[in-house]
Design a protein around this ligand. Structure first.
Ligand code: PEP
Ligand code: MG
Length: 754
């Protein structure tokens, strides 16, 4: 049996020197395979790279015929090398020729070789290539040698993503790492955006691979693990996480992994093999990822995210590298993230971003709402996209088609550029409707209003011709502030908002924080179910100072003008009355101080907690107006978390039980003569807007980009027959045809654009 010359530690040192040498890319690869062969006393060492056409191309060899370099290729799954690439697992054989996957390649002169050890070259669990050693004699490669090969493979993976490597790629072909990729996704908005990827949580690039001193590296790892564990415990105390992953069970699994002995031991072993602490974290994460990615069990895939997060945190601890401070966004940036909270999105310079792509998320989660209100093209549930792209990659987000193209080929770019031109033309057509009164063909006037929350998106009211702002989510401005906005700052903000909309009405919704709208400077205890926890009006009534300040600011900002205040998350009439008392007292206080009291103050309730449906006869006589928040109402009616993609769209919001509940509210408001608006996301999608009109709505508030399509539908609509058919269907207990299907058919008969 052959013995090694020097073992893996020496090999790593030599590799480090080679990486630092001023060599060309091919020379460097040649030297690496020579060193490995020499160190391991192997007759052959070869490095194959996976190309974008699925072929594994021989990029360097020691021992096989040099003329086969860049000529010999294997298909993915073909031969031993192809099998390693396909399965992302090492293969260690004493006699390769007897293995069923063995493929004979005469041009390489490989026939006499028997002993074989091959390892995948991985990054983020993705195969980029294969590294192989072979001996003609019978031989068993030991664990140490496998370890040394895996370590070298980690280093080669980094080298593959450098610009230096480009010179080795044949014109007309590319490596798999840069292959165009297509993802399917769930639309969160309209539109198409072409731009460049900006990874919200950038991959930490490891540059220091090799351990100078093993004990020191182990100590560094231990220290990083300790501070990571401390930070996880701190999150437990705080009960929320900046990234928006605010669920306790995620934290529980983080805690479990952070203390997992097996994970820590594998990293320590990698250090003992000669890797630096950060390279060891990356190595182990790569192997784990490759294994877990092949699992279909959603639970395991979910845990993969947790492990990724943890490994990234550890890498940041070790390298001190990560996104801190202002970011350098590429032109037309498209933010790609696993998930993020609305506050994270608001931290970006909105003028530089065009779109957002999430691996998770749901269309009515607040991050999606904020994305729409910023006018971004947004999609979610693009599985595994974060690990398949890099900051700077070209990307196309097609929210209409529910697809994302990463590194798209030229013909795809061209066809999308054409689609963008068509969309622009459609937008021009919508713009032409701006001055037309929004009325159906049979004469029903429908008031179209905006949902908004930022000063920046208020100007759109002018562009779309909306009749006002039906919902101004005041909390968004709080979410972008680093500390609690003071009274004067709030006065300034609200008065600017009123100035921008001018004579048109604007409905200010009182702070609706909590749930997924995390405000860092308002601390709250950890909650099992934040959406049903201490949020919104509950929080405001428990923190009367906060509520009083906001009401005071609104009254002052109005400066005599009419003021509309909307109260979110009312659960009981009693709570609504409490707010009205605060408003009355603040108005009296302002009058006493000689300030200009609004000429008219209207206070309305949001109907979004189902319990209120059974108290409308008590609530409505107290309301100046009402507004349905369908996002929360449907979430609570169906007991489905609006931010959880697995369930968020499980139940059709316009099917019988939900539409009946909504109709009940419409009828009650009509009986009490209380103006009612729909301000949830339902109002902004034409087919759902049509369902709402069919049960009697005449006032809809929606994101700016929805006004055009909804108005276009209204202008062509003959509402009476649809109202009649839907009313009949809602009451017909013998007919279980989905209401959506019925409405779609009626719309087709009228040739409505839905
Ligand atoms: C709603 O719940 O429908 C709503 C409009 O409010 P938000 O989405 O901000 O909770
Ligand atoms: Mg709500």
């Amino acid at each position: 049996m052959a013995t090694q010359t020097g073992g893996p530690r020496i090999l790593l040192r030599q590799l480090r020197e080679t990486m630092a040498d001023p060599l060309g890319a091919q020379e460097r690869l040649n030297k690496i395979v020579d060193l490995i062969a020499d160190n391991m006393r192997a007759d052959v060492c070869s490095f194959y790279v996976l190309r974008d056409d699925g072929a594994l191309e021989l990029f360097a060899t020691h021992g096989l015929k040099p003329e086969s370099v860049h000529i010999t290729t294997l298909r993915l799954g073909e031969g031993l090398v192809g099998r390693i690439a396909a399965e992302a697992e090492p293969l260690n054989l004493t006699d390769a020729t007897t293995h069923p996957s063995f493929a004979y390649r005469p041009e390489t002169g490989e026939d006499p070789y028997r002993a074989f050890l091959g390892v995948p070259v991985l990054r983020s669990g993705q195969t980029l290539g294969v590294l192989v050693v072979q001996n003609s004699a019978y031989r068993i490669y030991g664990e140490e040698e496998t370890e040394a090969m895996l370590t070298t493979a980690t280093l080669l993976a980094e080298m593959l993503s450098t610009a230096e490597f480009d010179s080795l790629i044949k014109p007309g072909s590319d490596i798999d790492l840069r292959r165009p990729r297509l993802f399917s996704a769930v639309p969160f908005s309209e539109g198409i955006a072409l731009g460049r990827v900006y990874l919200h949580d950038p991959r930490v690039v490891v540059t220091n691979f090799i351990a100078e001193d093993i004990d020191e590296e182990k100590a560094r790892l231990e220290q990083a693990l300790d501070s990571m564990r401390v930070s996880i415990e701190a999150l437990f105390q705080r009960g929320d996480m900046q990234t928006g992953s605010d669920h306790r069970d995620i934290l529980e699994s983080y805690r479990m992994f952070a203390h997992d002995r097996g994970w820590v031991r594998r990293m320590e072993e990698a250090i003992e093999g000669g890797l630096s602490a950060e390279a060891a974290v990356e190595r182990v994460q790569n192997d784990t990822r490759a294994r877990m990615m092949r699992q279909t069990d959603p639970y395991i895939r979910e845990r993969l995210h947790d492990l990724d997060d943890l490994a990234n945190r550890l890498l940041r601890e070790l390298t001190g590298n990560g996104r801190i401070g202002p970011v350098d966004l590429p032109v037309n940036a498209i933010i790609v993230a696993r998930n993020m909270g609305p506050a994270d999105l608001l931290e970006y310079d909105r003028h530089k971003i065009r779109g957002i792509v999430l691996e998770e998320g749901a269309a009515i989660a607040h991050v999606a709402i904020v994305a729409r209100s910023l006018g971004l093209t947004a999609v979610g549930q693009a599985d595994s996209i974060v690990s398949m792209c890099e900051t700077g990659d070209d990307i196309i987000v097609d929210a209409a088609g529910g697809t994302v193209h990463v590194r798209p080929p030229a013909d795809v770019v061209e066809s999308y550029a054409e689609k963008v031109r068509l969309t622009a033309r459609r937008l021009e057509q919508y713009a032409a409707l701006k001055t037309r009164e929004s009325v159906t063909r049979d004469g029903v006037k429908v008031e179209l209003l905006h949902n908004s929350g930022l000063i920046a998106d208020l100007h759109a009211v002018e562009d779309t011709g909306a009749e006002g702002v039906g919902l101004f989510r005041t909390e968004l401005q709080f979410m972008i502030a680093s500390k609690m906005p003071r009274l004067t700052e709030q006065v300034e903000l609200y008065s600017e908002a009123m100035d921008i909309v001018g004579d048109k009405p604007i409905v200010f919704r009182l702070l609706d924080i909590g749930g997924d709208k995390v405000i860092p400077y308002i601390r709250s205890a950890p909650e099992e179910n934040p959406a049903m926890g201490w949020r919104s009006l509950r929080l405001a009534l428990d923190r009367p100072g906060l509520l009083r300040t906001q009401v005071r600011a609104l009254l002052q900002a109005a400066n005599g003008r009419a003021l509309k205040i909307l109260v979110p998350m009312v659960t009981e009439v009693r709570e609504f009355r409490q707010v009205k008392i605060v408003v009355r007292k603040e108005a009296e206080r302002l009058a006493r101080a000689g300030g200009a009291v609004p000429e008219k103050i209207e206070v309305g309730a949001m109907i979004e907690v189902p319990s209120l449906l059974f108290e409308l006869d008590l609530l409505l006589p107290e309301c100046d107006f009402a507004s349905i928040g369908s996002n929360d109402l449907i979430q609570f009616l169906t007991a489905t978390d609006r931010a959880n993609p697995r369930v968020a769209s499980k139940y059709d919001p316009i099917d019988r039980p939900r539409l009946r509940a909504i109709r009940h509210i419409v009828n009650a408001c009509r009986d009490h003569d209380v103006p009612l608006t729909m301000c949830g996301e339902l109002a902004g999608r034409p087919i759902e807007a049509l369902a709402l009109l069919s049960v009697g709505f005449t006032r809809l508030s929606m994101g700016a980009s929805s006004i055009g399509p909804v108005k276009d539908m209204i202008l062509r609509l003959d509402l009476a027959p649809i109202r009649k058919a839907v009313a009949h269907a809602l009451d017909d207990v013998d007919n279980d045809r989905p209401i959506r299907e019925l409405i779609a058919e009626l719309a087709r008969q009228q040739d409505l654009p839905l």
